[in-house]
Design a protein around this ligand. Sequence first.
Ligand SMILES: Nc1nc2c(c(=O)[nH]1)N[C@H]1C(S)=C(S)[C@@H](COP(=O)(O)O)O[C@H]1N2
Ligand SMILES: [Mo]
Length: 300
Amino acid sequence: MAHRWKNDLTRADATPYAAFMNRRQLMGGALGLGLIGAAGAARAAEELVPNSWEDITQYNNYYEFGTRKDDPARNAHTLTTSPWTVKIDGLVDNPGDYSMAQILDAMTIEERIYRFRCVEAWSMVIPWNGFELADLLTMAGVQDGAKYVAFETALRPDEMPGVSYPVLDWPYVEGLRLDEAMHPLTMMATGIYGKTIPNQNGAPMRLVVPWKYGFKSIKSIVRITLTEDEPPTSWNKANAREYGFYSNVNPEVDHPRWSQASERLVGGGLFARRQPTLMFNGYADEVASLYEGMDLSKFI
Ligand SMILES: Nc1nc2c(c(=O)[nH]1)N[C@H]1C(S)=C(S)[C@@H](COP(=O)(O)O)O[C@H]1N2
Ligand SMILES: [Mo]
């Protein structure tokens, strides 16, 4: 793949984000090798240069297929992603089992180039294709009284070699506050670089919440439930001291075992320096208001 695209999204962009989000990404041609090596410099100039297809699809966390970074790429081909049904239930007007075809029919797919920051202190820039989660929730009809959205990944022991190990309490579950779920930055991804999303990245549909640590972006979703109470989340259940419900990217709040002040850009090259981690992963202008009045060192 020669996909190295440059976009016009800049953190310093003064355009209000509603307009900013609707603007189509300007796609340039493949950048020269020299520029690719300067991904860090490009970031300093506040341009997002997406990682390569190889970076994005061969360095993964998807523990249902193993815990090594190259396990998902080797093992996830066993996941049957078609047909696929997503149950939407709880506090919604139109609960039911929605087929992927039905969902895709109702949604408009667009491209969003987002920073992606894993809690392990590595990062990438990924050109996702997908739709706003808000559109799906609106289709389901969110009822008064709903305050949270719970998500669940498929649990298929026959297709997922990793779930025979008790690394996590399967199935993988995640959650968002309703206002986080309805935020225009929050998306359901069904593609990367204009191609169908590979299994190792969460086919056929996975969450993407760019201002939160990567583990909030739950893969291969089979159930979405609107609830009144804060739902349990896998990493919080595994270690509540290290992984909170919010898990907003925050360079000022370290993980108990490592600093979150900086990160390694995957694919940055042999001499790449760590780059500073940005508050809310660079999306503070868009999302900081969601957490007004909250002590972010407490609500981790
Ligand atoms: N079901 C499920 N979803 C998951 C994970 C997982 O192990 N299982 N890993 C999370 C973590 S820790 C990260 S960093 C991202 C990685 O997404 P990527 O492999 O597409 O980069 O997926 C998240 N979603
Ligand atoms: Mo992660």
